[in-house]
Design a binder for this molecule. Structure first.
Ligand code: UGA
Length: 434
């Protein structure tokens, strides 16, 4: 049985390590962050991801999954998965590759002959080829491969164990054979296997995320048109989604995409295309990015249109801080960005979120946070629904009406039951609904 290492134990790495261990492999997770490793060793996940903690604890208890800060622990591993972050560089659209480069440099002296280093991080095309050259100098007995990850936060375990495809970029048949062995249990479950070159494998990932971002901005552009033409974007999305060539998923209009992936990936892709002399090819992504940013502004405009230009002293209830439900991730969260802008305009902003209050508070300490929806909405001048957690769809608008100062709700995610709220006597507003 192969032995695996996973370098970087954040979202991607912790999930990958636990999932691969659950397939029966011995896995060692390595990270430079001692406190993270200490938590993982006890079976604790340092962020919120449904199902992950149970899986992780079971795997740690089984003895197959271990964690360390010591790179020499990878010495007897056959496959080393690099799962470190590639955030946006400060002051640039490009990705910061410091952690990917550092991982390969740290791994190389410990990796045994015949083992392979497999990048899973999202990187600009050409990175794998550059790292392969670097690796030749550091340890010529080890090969590099690329295996992009498509997991979604909130479904990380499911997506890792039951992905809709496996994509690997390799430079030799032996690397493909090792990867096939590592993923044998998934391949046995008919997960499509796509083996290609390094550049294509890197590109598949950013192409997929760019397409998803484009779909969201497309529907948000339609929302803008619906607003001026008096249409309803939710009906429009439903109607076009029945065409299987279009598909109904990722057509949820609202305040747009955020998180640690889509925004930075389309920007890094643009930056890379410019370096490659193909700036024009991805020029449209600039527009995708601006439509997405505009959605946040349109939400604020809607608040102003409803409760007045001057937000000073108005109590605004914000339902949701995470960039999407079932996650505590607030990186580039449209919800939190809107909350902060409304606060900056002088409003008394109260934010509720089932899981993301702690990270939200560390990012924007000046907002008011509460774990109680009642407290968030009590005496408010407007309620903004900004992250579509299930718990918000379970709010009884009839009960809440008597608690707020002004029964106005603005649905930034087009996920609340409009008729229900209107019947309960609320003024209901939403993006893209005429
Ligand atoms: C995204 C991709 O979906 C994954 O396939 C990919 O592996 C991951 O990035 C990554 O690169 O690691 P994720 O960031 O977890 O996954 O979130 P998504 O589910 O894609 O949602 C992104 C944002 O788009 C969220 O803010 C969500 O609220 C928003 N969104 C999504 C919409 O505004 N409308 C939609 O119809 C769908």
């Amino acid at each position: 049985m192969l032995k695996l290492s996973v370098i970087g134990t954040g979202y991607l790495g912790a999930t990958h390590a636990a999932a691969m261990s659950s397939l029966g492999f011995e896995v060692v997770g390595v990270d430079v962050d001692e406190s993270k490793i200490a938590q993982l060793r006890q079976g604790k996940v340092p962020f919120y991801e449904p199902d992950l903690e149970d899986l992780l604890r079971a795997e740690v208890d089984s003895g197959r999954l271990t964690f360390t800060t010591d790179f020499s622990a990878v010495a007897d591993c056959d496959v080393h998965f690099v799962c470190v972050g590639t955030p946006q560089k400060k002051g640039s659209l490009a990705a910061d590759l410091t952690y990917v480069d550092a991982s390969v440099v740290a791994l190389a002296p410990h990796a045994k002959a015949g083992s392979i280093i497999v990048g899973k991080s999202t990187v600009p095309v050409g990175t794998a080829a550059r790292l392969a050259t670097l690796l030749k100098d550091l340890n010529r007995h080890v090969e590099l491969a690329w295996n992009p990850e498509f997991l979604r936060e909130g479904f990380a375990v499911e997506d890792t164990l039951r992905p809709n495809r496996l994509v690997v970029g390799v430079t030799s048949e032996s690397s493909e054979a090792i990867l096939k062995e590592a993923y044998a249990p998934l391949i046995a479950n008919n997960v499509p296997w796509i083996c290609t070159d390094l550049a294509t494998a890197e590109l598949v990932k950013v192409a997929a995320n760019s397409f998803l971002a484009t779909k969201i901005s497309f529907i948000n552009a339609m929302a803008e048109i619906c607003e001026v033409a008096g249409g309803d974007v939710t009906m429009l999305a439903k109607a076009i989604g029945y065409d299987p060539r279009i598909g109904s998923r990722f057509l949820q209009a609202g305040i747009g995409f955020g998180g640690g992936c889509l925004p930075k990936d389309i920007r890094a892709f643009m930056a890379r295309s410019e370096e490659l002399g193909a700036k024009q090819s991805l020029e449209f992504l600039r527009e995708i990015d601006s439509i997405n940013q505009r959605a946040r502004q349109r939400m604020i405009d809607l608040v102003r249109a409803d409760i007045g230009q001057d937000l000073k002293g108005k109590k605004i209830a914000v339902l949701g801080a995470a960039f999407k439900p079932d996650s505590d991730d607030v990186r580039d969260s449209p919800a939190l960005d809107i909350a902060a802008q409304i606060h900056a305009a002088g409003a008394d902003v109260w934010v509720h979120d089932p899981k993301a209050l702690h990270p939200a508070r560390s990012r924007f300490p000046d907002l008011n946070y509460t774990e109680n929806i009642d407290e968030c909405m009590r005496d408010s001048d407007a309620t903004l629904h900004l992250t579509e957690w299930k718990v918000y769809r379970e709010i009884d608008p009839a009960v809440m009406k008597s608690k707020v100062k002004n029964p106005t709700v603005i649905d930034g995610r087009n996920a609340l039951d409009r008729d229900l709220w209107i019947r309960a006597g609320w003024k209901f507003r939403a993006l893209g609904r005429g």
